[in-house]
Design a protein around this ligand. Structure first.
Ligand SMILES: [Cu+2]
Length: 82
């Protein structure tokens, strides 16, 4: 799965992956961002500098996992494991 961040928006902001899938996050902004679980799931891309890419591993338990950018907490999305 590939998620982009552009103009302070996750694209897509809602997506479904297989359990334990690798998710690649491409930051197309010049500003640093993160993609970080807000509750269960524990995934976190870490800080992704402008123009950089990071990966994380999706949870293995099926469910819906909200996430944000910890640096800009108005940036929100939901990762679903199914
Ligand atoms: Cu951000």
């Amino acid at each position: 799965m590939r998620v982009s961040i552009k103009e302070f928006t996750f694209g897509p902001d809602k997506f479904t992956v297989s359990p334990g899938a690798t998710v690649t996050v491409v930051n197309e902004d010049s500003t640093a961002h993160t993609l970080t679980a807000t509750g269960q799931g524990g995934f976190d891309s870490g800080t992704i500098g402008g123009g950089k890419t990071a990966t994380f591993t999706a949870p293995t338990a099926p469910g819906s996992y909200p996430f944000i950018c910890t640096l800009h907490q108005f940036m929100k999305g939901t990762l679903t494991v199914a």
